[in-house]
Design a protein around this ligand. Sequence first.
Ligand code: ZN
Length: 561
Amino acid sequence: MRVLPSLTTLACLTVATSALAQTTPAAPPPPPPSTMRAPTPADLRRGEYGRYRANNDLRHYTLDVRVDPEAKTIAGSNQIRFTMLQDDTRIQLELYANFTIEAVTLDGAAAKHERTANTLYIDAPQTLRKGRTYTATVKYAGAPQEIGRFGGLAFRKDPAGRPWITTASEGEGSSVWWPSKDQWRDEPDEGIDIRVAVPNGLTDVSNGKFMGTTDLGDGYTRWDWRVHYPINSYNVSLNIAEYVHFSEMLGDLPLDYYVLAGSLDKARVQFAQAKPMIEAFQKYVGPYPFPKDGYKLIEVPYSGMEHQSAVTYGNRFANGYLERDWTGVGISPKFDFIIIHESGHEWFGNAVSAADVSDMWIHEGWTTYLECVYVEALFGHDDALKYTNAYKKKIGNKEPVITQRGIHRDPTQDMYFKGALFLHTLRGIVDDDARWWQLVRDTYTTFMYRNIMTEDLVRFFNQQLKQDLTPVFNQYLRRAELPRLELTFDATAGTVAYRWNAAEPGFAMPIKVGTPGHWKTVRPTADWQVLANPDGAAFTAATDLAYIDVVVLDANGVPVK
Ligand SMILES: [Zn+2]
């Protein structure tokens, strides 16, 4: 070790920092971040896991609908099977207010219901008993609103003018097109049966395993799909078009592709990326989570969405993201961003799910990191480092990644890019790739099919690594600013002093310092330490291995620029 404490340097810096504290003018208080605005009653109804949600546990859905492309309507029913966790007389579902509810039953008997905006309360004639399982059926009809980034439920036309009807409702919620327990904490443990009747000649592709079609004899055909696993309600989807189908196998896993006829040749080329991508994720993260349901890519008129086992794709059959070099460093053009990102969600987002929107980085940060894993698996570590670090320029560091719970409000985009760079930083802390990949696999297999919060991950990482990383998780995810590594050079003494300056109490992590190619690990804390430094001002930290700010202070404690 070359750690050479120097009393004179430390004394000098103590004076310098206190002088700095006295001369810095008080900054005006910042405005409240957009994610922290006071919630409205609607936010709370939508986001809170309140009494009438928490009193029951979803078992299974049977969604049976008919979609009329001419009238632009949907009609049908959802049977919701649930087990009561408490004695109670009411449960909460959601269905957008623009739909008509034609009937509500509980175990076959008519039940009262009450609607407040998009919320639907079902009232039982007698107390629903803890431990007993019931079936509520909601019969509904209406013309869905086309809202949100990807349309909610959108009635579009394909280039030949034929119906092309798709759903994507993560933010708006599943209740934009079907009655459901529209929240993140509870998923139907036994999955969902999805039955979609469409005019003859059209195909519906939904989630899960294809179970067959039934000619209804009235010009409509019903397409049946079965999901064998828990599923986020926003992942439930229908995709209706005159699709053509091709497929391949990856071992026992069927890979099915549905595209418009005019896209077939391009799709055969572009979708060849699916197999090596799944193989890479199986190697680094773990087995594909939904083997009974298969894996599908389905062409849609928006960029794409991670619908479970039915990933939707609209990336123009070109590499990059909508034909752009998404990260701007020449790596993105090597692969199709939507195939890799949206499919990555099968592992994080769909199999390992967040229990509240506030912790959505568990979906987006991890999946963005999986892009980096894919790049490393297919193109090597150097490309992965370039790709991962290129995401820094998309990060704001203005608001924490984890936001207010129970109000269903999306965190900022930092949940993607800072989330990924945080995981990359954790890999640097572990500093042992074999250990790191084992940890990634263990995280996945431990939490698959579960809805978790960040606390669960922190507890798991602390146990696995036998160290307390809580302040590191907190600094990166619960505070806006990056941890700052402060350096002060003493040319006369030939030393550098260093410390962490971070808002989170107890924040400390090892970091590689020195010069590129000659890194050594030091363990800074909030207190100054001093190191012999033959490299002069060339001394820095390995910021491609850890996402941090490095600030050089002069002898008076003022940042050098
Ligand atoms: Zn995503």
